[in-house]
Write a new protein. Structure first.
Length: 614
C-alpha cells in the first residue's frame, strides 16, 4: 500500500509538466504568428516585442529552431527598417551565440540571414555561396526542414541578373520543399510570376502568366501578407494585360523606394509620359548610388567571412572523431588510444602546415591578382583617355576655332565622354555622362563615342544622332544604363548652332562677358526607351559667345560639409574672371572645384568642354 501511495504521488508530480509543455508550445506558436504578422510592416515596436518574447519562450523550452529563426528574422527586419549596420551586427551576434552553444541549426540560420544581407548589399558571389551552402547543409542534416528561404534568395539574385530561366528553376525548387512556410510559398510564386512576365512574347505566355498570378493571389489571400513582391507582381499583372494606368497606381504603392522608383518610371514610359519617366529614373539612380557607403562595405567585408555552416561541418567532423575515441576507450585499448592521439596530433599538425602553406600561396596569388587587376585598370584608363581627343589646340590650322576640354574620372576609369569632328565648315561635338561609375560605365562610354563618330561622319543632325544612339543602346538594355548627352552642330560660316539636349545639364553661354544658362529644348536620356522622338533646338549665332558644356560632376562636387559646388557658384566664377580663351576657362573651373572640395575625394566623374567661335 505504501508503494502505491508513493507511485501516485510521483505521478501527480509529473502531471504539471506535460500541461506546462503544451502551454509553452501554444505560447511559442502564438508569438511566432504575431512575429510574422508584423514582419512586413513598419510596426517596429510590435515586431521587436514579438521576437523578444518568442526568443525568450523558445530558450526556456529548449526550442533551438524557433529561437534562431526569430533571431534571424530580427536581424533581417533591422537590416531593412533600422539600418544595415544594425542588421549585420545582429547577424554577427547570432552566429557567435550559435558557435558558443554548438547549435548547428543556429549556425545555419545565421549564415542564411547573412547571405540575404550580402545579396541586398550587392555582394552576389558571397550571397550565392552562402545560400547554396545552406541548402546543402539543410538537406544533409535537417531533411524534414524547408530550405525554401534559401531557394527564394537565389531566385532573387537570378532575377536581378535577368536570368529568368534560373528564377523559374529556383522558385519551383522552393515550392517542392517539405513543410513549406506559407509566406515562402507566396514569395516563390511571386518570383515565378515575375520571371514569366519578363519573358512574354505572345498570347500563350500571357495565359501562362495569368494562371500563375491566380495561384499567387490565392496564396496571398491565405497569408494576408503584403511583402515586397506584392506591388511588383500586381504591376506586372496590370502591364501584361495592357492596363497601364492601373500599372502606375500599383507601382506608386510599392513600399520600398528602391523598388518603387524604377516601376513608376516604367509605368510612365508605358503611358508615353517620358519626361516623368526620366525624372523618376534619375531619382532612382541617385538613391542607388548613395546606398553602399564605406561603412557598409566595411561591415560587408567583415561579416561575409563568417561562414557559419562551414564551421558547423568542421565541428560535426570533430564530434564524430571524439565519439570514435570514446568507443575505443570503452573497449579499453589504452595503447591504441595513445597511438591514435599521437597519430591524430601528427596528422593535425601536418594538416595545419598544409593549410598554412595553402594560405600563404593564396595570399601570394591574391597579391599577384590584385597587382594584375590594378595594372589592367591602368591600361584601361589609358585606353579610355585615348578614346577622347586630348591634343590641343584641336584644329591648329583653323584660327576661328578655340576649343579645349578635360575629363577627370572619379575612379580609375569612368563614364564621362566628349568628342568633336570637323568636316569642312561643319563642327559636330558632344558631351555625355553615362549612368554609374567604374568599368561598366567606361565600357558604355567607349560604345557611345564610337557610335557618335560614325553618325556624325555620316552628316546626321543632332536629333538624328540622338535617335540612332537611343535606338541602339535601348535594345535589350536590361541593366537600365543610360546616357545624358548634349549634341551640337555648328555651321562655322554663319555661326549658327543646332543642338539636341538629351537630359543633360544646360550649357553656359557667355554673352558680352555675362554668363548664363542656355534655355534648351529638353528630351529624355539616351538608352532607356526605344522609339522616342527627340526634339532639337537652334541658336542663330554663337559667334564670339563662349559655350561651356559640363557634366554634373562639376556642379554636384561636394566639400567636407556636403555642400555642392552648384550652378550659381559656377556662374559667379565665370563672371568674376574675364574670359581669355577656352583652355584658361576649363582650367579655372577645375581649379575652383578642387578648392571647393577641400581635399574630399570626388564622388563623380567630371568633364568640362569649352568652345569659342571667332
Amino acid at each position: 500500500m505504501q508503494k502505491v501511495r508513493i507511485l501516485l504521488c510521483f505521478i501527480c508530480l509529473l502531471l504539471p509538466f506535460p500541461l506546462f509543455a503544451a502551454t509553452i508550445e501554444e505560447e511559442i506558436e502564438k508569438e511566432r504568428q504575431r512575429m510574422y504578422s508584423y514582419y512586413q510592416t513598419d510596426s517596429v515596436e510590435q515586431f521587436m516585442s514579438a521576437v523578444d518574447r518568442l526568443m525568450d519562450l523558445s530558450e526556456k523550452a529548449g526550442d533551438d529552431r524557433n529561437f534562431y529563426r526569430a533571431w534571424s528574422n530580427k536581424a533581417l527586419y533591422a537590416f531593412r527598417k533600422l539600418g544595415r549596420e544594425k542588421g549585420l551586427e545582429l547577424a554577427k551576434e547570432e552566429l557567435a551565440h550559435a558557435e558558443k552553444h554548438d547549435s548547428k541549426f543556429g549556425m545555419y540560420s545565421a549564415t542564411s540571414a547573412n547571405a540575404s544581407m550580402m545579396s541586398s548589399l550587392g555582394q552576389i558571389v558571397l550571397a550565392e555561396q552562402g545560400y547554396l551552402k545552406c541548402i546543402e547543409y539543410m538537406h544533409r542534416y535537417f531533411p524534414d526542414e524547408s530550405a525554401a528561404a534559401d531557394y527564394v534568395g537565389l531566385a532573387k539574385i537570378a532575377e536581378n541578373n535577368h536570368d529568368y530561366a534560373k528564377v523559374v528553376e529556383y522558385a519551383e525548387k522552393a515550392l517542392a520543399e517539405p513543410n513549406l512556410n506559407p509566406i515562402h510559398k507566396q514569395v516563390a510564386l511571386g518570383y515565378f510570376c515575375v520571371a514569366i512576365a519578363k519573358q512574354i512574347k505572345g498570347p500563350d505566355d500571357v495565359k501562362r502568366f495569368n494562371e500563375a498570378y491566380k495561384q499567387w493571389a490565392e496564396q496571398r489571400e491565405k497569408t494576408q501578407q503584403n511583402g515586397g513582391l506584392t506591388g511588383i507582381v500586381r504591376f506586372y499583372h496590370a502591364k501584361v494585360n495592357g492596363h497601364y494606368e492601373e500599372a502606375l497606381k500599383e507601382a506608386q504603392q510599392i513600399n520600398s523606394v528602391l523598388n518603387r522608383l524604377p516601376f513608376v518610371s516604367e509605368a510612365y514610359a508605358l503611358l508615353g509620359n517620358y519626361q516623368e519617366a526620366y525624372q523618376t529614373y534619375r531619382e532612382y539612380k541617385k538613391v542607388t548610388d548613395s546606398l553602399n557607403t564605406a561603412s557598409i562595405r566595411q561591415h560587408t567585408s567583415e561579416y561575409a567571412m563568417q561562414l557559419g555552416v562551414a564551421r558547423a561541418e568542421m565541428e560535426a567532423q570533430q564530434s564524430r572523431e571524439r565519439t570514435h575515441h570514446v568507443m575505443m576507450a570503452m573497449v579499453g585499448v589504452v595503447a591504441l588510444i595513445t597511438i591514435f592521439f599521437l597519430s591524430f596530433y601528427l596528422y593535425r599538425r601536418r594538416q595545419q602546415l598544409k593549410q598554412l602553406r595553402k594560405a600563404y600561396d593564396q595570399l601570394e596569388e591574391t597579391t599577384t591578382e590584385k597587382e594584375r587587376y590594378a595594372s589592367e585598370l591602368r591600361i584601361a584608363r589609358d585606353i579610355q583617355m585615348n578614346m577622347v581627343p586630348n591634343t590641343f589646340p584641336a584644329f591648329p590650322e583653323r584660327q576661328d576655332i578655340d576649343l579645349y576640354a578635360a575629363m577627370i574620372p572619379a575612379r580609375e576609369v569612368g563614364g564621362d565622354l566628349y568628342d568633336y569632328i570637323l568636316a569642312g565648315d561643319r563642327l559636330c561635338f558632344c558631351v555625355g555622362d553615362v549612368s554609374g561609375k567604374g568599368v561598366p560605365a567606361a565600357m558604355t562610354m567607349t560604345v557611345v563615342v564610337n557610335l557618335f563618330r560614325t553618325f556624325a561622319k555620316d552628316g546626321f543632325s543632332p536629333t538624328d544622332i540622338a535617335t540612332r544612339l537611343n535606338d541602339t543602346l535601348a535594345e535589350d538594355n536590361e541593366s537600365g544604363t543610360f546616357v545624358t548627352m548634349f549634341i551640337g552642330v555648328i555651321d562655322l560660316a554663319s555661326g549658327s548652332l543646332d543642338y539636341c539636349n538629351c537630359g543633360h545639364n544646360p550649357p553656359v553661354m557667355i554673352d558680352m562677358q555675362r554668363p548664363s544658362l542656355m534655355e534648351t529644348e529638353t528630351n529624355v536620356v539616351i538608352g532607356l526607351w526605344p522609339g522616342f522622338q527627340f526634339v532639337g533646338g537652334h541658336v542663330s549665332s554663337i559667334l564670339f559667345k563662349p559655350l561651356i558644356i559640363y557634366t554634373d560632376g562639376l556642379t554636384e562636387a561636394e566639400n567636407v560639409r556636403q555642400e555642392q559646388f552648384g550652378e550659381a557658384h559656377m556662374l559667379e566664377v565665370l563672371e568674376w574672371n574675364r574670359f581669355e580663351n577656352a583652355e584658361q576657362t576649363v582650367k579655372l573651373l577645375l581649379k575652383e572645384v578642387k578648392l571647393h572640395e577641400e581635399g574630399t575625394a570626388p564622388s563623380d566623374d567630371l568633364s568640362v568642354f569649352c568652345l569659342y567661335i571667332k
